[in-house]
Design a protein around this ligand. Structure first.
Ligand code: DC
Length: 234
């Protein structure tokens, strides 16, 4: 059976990572969370004093440090979650804190950071059989991907989900603050000069405001099956 490249893009906390991970598991593909890579670079910048009080980034120093930033993934362990490694250290928990979330959009807007990570992402997907989620996967990383999904949900619904997620992880946060952070990230991600968050022309939109996780999976699997059978019949 043909192994596709699947791009899942969308807004922060739209649930796309959960969907992408689950889809990859069900169809036996590799899952890559590209946002985790931007988060790992952000953590590196924070740990090396490259982020100012107002989230201004020392982009020159960070760009010069990129060759020293090794990002990897550890296959899913007992928690079923793939862990992100920064220079060999498991940083899965640290990259999800509000501190990293507040600085990641300006880091992801630096062209050198994007060029570097896009190349890494393309190398990871060379063989196909991959589900990658992010903001520019269908537009820039894999413009030729056979399956492209754009996930949409209201900022309020996304903030509600994010608060629950943070609570479950033992790092509670106030709804208003989370909502503000989500709106600010939407603004920066959608208006940056390089690869802004945009729906690819050939992507299919999924608005999941009122969909359960299982309904979303059914929708995705149906789309996947129709693309596979179309590819096999042509
Ligand atoms: O999906 P996430 O919230 O973990 O992503 C973290 C940040 O990284 C988000 O603000 C946008 C950015 N990002 C990006 O610019 N391009 C990607 N392919 C993935 C994430």
């Amino acid at each position: 059976m043909k192994r596709l490249t699947i791009a899942i893009d969308g807004y922060s906390s739209s649930g796309k990572s959960t969907m992408a991970r689950e889809l990859a598991k069900r169809i036996g593909y590799v899952y890559i969370d590209s946002g985790a890579m931007y988060r790992a670079v952000t953590l590196y910048a924070l740990e090396h004093g490259m982020v100012g009080e107002n989230q201004e980034i020392d982009s020159e120093r960070l760009s010069a440090s990129l060759p020293e930033i090794r990002i990897g993934f550890e296959p899913a362990g007992p928690d079923g979650i793939q862990h992100t490694l920064l220079n060999g250290r498991d940083v899965e928990k640290e990259i999800r804190t509000m501190e990293v979330s507040s600085s990641v959009s300006p880091v992801a807007a630096i062209p050198e950071v994007r060029n570097h990570l896009v190349k890494l992402q393309q190398a990871l997907g060379e063989e196909g059989g991959i589900v990658m989620d992010g903001r520019d996967i269908g537009t820039t990383v894999f413009p030729e991907a056979e399956m492209k999904v754009f996930v949409d949900a209201s900022a309020e619904e996304r903030a509600r989900r994010r608060v629950l997620e943070l609570q479950e992880k033992g790092t509670p946060a106030a709804y208003d603050k989370v909502l503000e952070n989500i709106k600010e990230r939407d603004r920066i991600d959608s208006t940056r000069a390089v690869s802004p968050l945009r729906k690819a022309k050939d992507a299919v939109t999924l608005n999941n405001d009122r969909m359960s996780r299982e309904e979303q999976m059914e929708w995705l699997i149906e789309l996947y099956n129709s693309i596979v059978s179309h590819a096999e019949n042509n």
